[in-house]
Design a protein around this ligand. Structure first.
Ligand code: ADP
Ligand code: MG
Length: 421
């Protein structure tokens, strides 16, 4: 049973290599039976088949090249290329009867596989495996027949057994593994697609809800403004409302955009104190309305690296939440601290605070305790911006006492030093 033993050994080599090829292809995430990739590995495996072939007499080599040609031809459409490779490789072993039988057997096989390839992929997976196994059985029988005619082997039973059993077995195993890997990949891709679709749907629903409300309100007030006999005071009041409504719609859009594209567009040096003061200026009117008092304590120095506009957005969201957490007024503390490696920013309020569960869910999309007034997008955007800027956030909160957000970002100087090193 020398030939059979050799064949089993060869088959295990093929399966080992195939295993690594599949694992590697899956990792690189572009696992498609691309021609170049398949051809490269098939030729390496062919070469291994020839290296470990069994040659009891100099005219005939027993090996498993047939498995590769069938799998490659059917699954990757590289039948003709592989047949050419087989003929060339076989040529190196000498131009004798074995060489001619190779041409006689493989050339038609290459052409048939090439013709079969488009049809093959239209079949369901189970049928594909059957087709592959049956093809290899036919080739096995033909190999045995040509062998008997050209150079009858000494150990007939062994050669027959080796050719009739092992190649179909190998082809069956390998095609099964390929189908298995392919199905897993398809399922995964489908899942990603469904998730994306879901996100888009949710987003559509939220946008129409969140943006339509302020817009409808704004339109209503614009209609009122069209009245000719409106006293100037009323006119001013309506305009303020329209502006506020439009701003809130703009905020929603801004939050969506930032979240769908958290990567930083422009990287620049951000002066932390300057930016925070700007944010405070924007929110001053809202704070005054809620009788919230600002207290700030800024370190003299401190700049970080990032996208200025997104930094702005991030603290606008946090401070706005803090103000909204103090409907009956309170104190808001904004502090920064500077060290050579990090800049820390602390936002503290004396508001309603959060329960353990609320704290857990903070940053979840659409999680809001503010009813129809809330969007539940602010904190989600905050977290995604902080992550993009390589910073971190810690939140401490106590119900009815207040909340502290502590942000930490790598300082601009430390970042420069890191890049120089
Ligand atoms: P929204 O402000 O639209 O509700 P956010 O994502 O900005 O959405 O905030 C989500 C939730 O987190 C808020 O509804 C609120 O319950 C809670 N929250 C955020 N900041 C604070 C804070 N400073 N104090 C208390 N609760 C807060
Ligand atoms: Mg908010």
């Amino acid at each position: 049973m020398e030939i059979t033993k050799h064949f089993f050994f060869n088959l295990s080599l093929l399966v080992i290599i195939l295993f690594f090829v599949l694992v590697w292809a899956e990792k690189s995430s572009k696992f498609r039976f691309s021609k170049g990739y398949s051809l490269f590995w098939s030729i390496i495996m062919l070469w291994i088949c020839f290296q470990f072939s069994y040659e009891p007499d100099p005219h005939f080599t027993y090996d498993l090249r047939m498995i590769l040609v069938i799998i490659g031809g059917l699954y990757a459409g590289i039948g003709l290329e592989l047949v050419a490779a087989v003929i060339i490789m076989r040529g190196f072993y000498g131009i004798e009867p074995g060489f001619y039988t190779t041409i006689l057997l493989y050339l038609p096989l290459g052409i048939i596989l090439w013709k079969l390839y488009p049809w093959f992929w239209k079949q369901p997976p189970r049928k594909r495996i059957h087709v592959a196994v049956i093809s290899s059985m036919i080739i096995s029988v033909l190999t045995v027949i040509t062998m008997e005619i050209a150079i009858p082997p000494q150990n007939r039973f062994d050669a027959w057994f080796a050719y009739l059993i092992i190649p179909p077995l190998g082809v069956g195993m390998i095609s099964y593994v390929i189908e298995f890997a392919k199905r897993n990949l398809d399922i995964r891709e489908n899942l990603v697609r469904t998730e994306k679709l879901e996100a888009v749907e949710q987003m559509g629903a939220a946008i129409s809800h969140e943006i339509r409300n302020p817009l409808t309100a704004a339109i209503g007030f614009v209609q009122l403004l069209q009245e000719q006999k409106l006293p100037p005071r009323k006119r001013q009041e309506y305009l303020t409302i329209v502006k506020a409504e439009l701003e809130s719609a703009e905020q929603v859009i801004q939050n969506y955009l930032t979240f769908s594209k958290p990567a930083l567009d422009i990287i620049e040096e951000i002066n932390v104190k300057k930016e925070l003061m700007q944010v405070m200026n924007i929110l001053k009117p809202t704070a005054n309305q809620n009788s919230v008092e600002f207290n700030s304590d800024f370190a003299l120095l401190g700049s970080i690296k990032g996208d200025r506009q997104k930094f702005h957005q991030c603290f606008l969201n946090v401070i706005k939440n803090a103000i909204e957490a103090m409907p009956r007024g309170g104190q808001l503390y904004i502090e920064t601290q500077y060290s050579s490696s990090h800049i820390t920013i602390e936002i503290k309020d004396t508001g309603i605070g959060m329960t353990e569960e609320q704290l857990q869910r903070l940053g979840e999309p659409y999680y809001s305790t503010k009813g129809p007034k809330g969007t539940g997008l602010g904190m989600m955007v905050v977290f995604s911006i902080v992550r993009a800027m390589e910073g971190s956030v810690k939140v401490k909160s106590e119900l009815n006492k207040g909340t502290v957000f502590t942000f930490s970002f790598p300082s601009y100087k430390a970042d420069l030093r890191k890049n120089e090193a």
